[in-house]
Design a protein around this ligand. Sequence first.
Ligand code: SF4
Length: 429
Amino acid sequence: MATAPGPRDTGAIAPSRERGDACPGTLRLHAADDGALARVRIPAGALTTGQALALWDAAQRLGDGSLHLTSRGNVQLRGLGEGCGRELADVLGAAGLLPSPRHERVRNVVASPLSGLDGRCGADVQPWARELDRLLCASEGATGLSGRFLFAFDDGRGDVAALGADVTVQAAGGAAAVLRLGADDTGVSVRGDDAARAVLLAAEAFLDAARDSGTRCWRVSELPGSTAELTIEVASRMAADGIRGTLVSTPPTTVGDPPPPGAVVGPGGRTTALSVVAPLGVLTGAQWRELAAVAEHDGNGELRLTPWRGVILPGVEDATALASAGLITSPASPWLGVGACIGRPGCAKSLADVRADAAKALGAGPASLPVYWSGCERRCGHPHGDWVDLVATADGYDISVHGERPCTGMPPSELAAIVAAARTSAVTR
Ligand code: SF4
């Protein structure tokens, strides 16, 4: 367990933006080198098997056949052909994955994926997250949010609270929770049953503050001035809306580990779910179909995508079929903790085939720090907290543990040993 960075000062420099938010969605595709890309928001990562099969169908018929998991527990479809937008919207809409087309890019909601399954934390935050999605889709004002604005519901274990969300609700024991904006060191206590309504009020207060500032802020951290003022405004709006809340100080977040692959053990030692991880966050069509089949026949028909590119299958106990399909089902896998952006040939900005280089440098077993390979300095989809950071350059790779001075220009042939050593170093920020 490590500790997340403490609250940042609010002296944010407001961004100067000429263009609107071009974040991709299901209806707004992004033109990549390997075809169009769609990002399908999956609030709380929650999918029915029917929805999973609709995504599989879209990937097979319209895209490259694979399902790409993101660091927010969403799904990307790549390699989409020209002019497929209408058919894609029809397939996903029929499965209930587009409940409100005008809100499709603002449904960025993560929730502790093991909540309610392993008995580790008192509150089950999954219903709170799903209620927020319903409220977002009914809110005219919420259409003004950027596609990057993130909501997190943490059940107290500190997993999704460490993802740098704009509005975080963290269960605090019993029926209580604390709502926090950005990394502010003040929050508002709230009853769990009221959390979703309070979060929507917080998002609306952010939009008003962004408009009043005359800037084009997309994230809470970009607001000029003090986030504490915004927190006070949220408490005031909660009171006006009949939601009880008290200003409280919020200590730095203790970072909880992502769900390890394997059996999820619940109260009484009973297996309540299976946790699997996709190597480099990509599932082939066959792997995805197998997941849906196992969830349907052995589980309760639900899949929960995690922000760590894994999937939780509630009710499933046996990992045999998914291990045979090539998914990570054991903490001993050398693929665990290895991530990469799409790199070459999918992204024109990439200076290397980072996925192939990551595979060549795979170690013998898991290590304490995650490693992430990026084709350029943008580091799309990188992890949070400490990680071994590899960035392709024209002269090889730059390697650092996040925040440290990098070793520069390392040739691919020397990377396996260097990465293995860096991943086992006990570096704490
Ligand atoms: S990090 Fe760079 S190379 Fe990788 S996907 Fe993002 S823009 Fe492309």
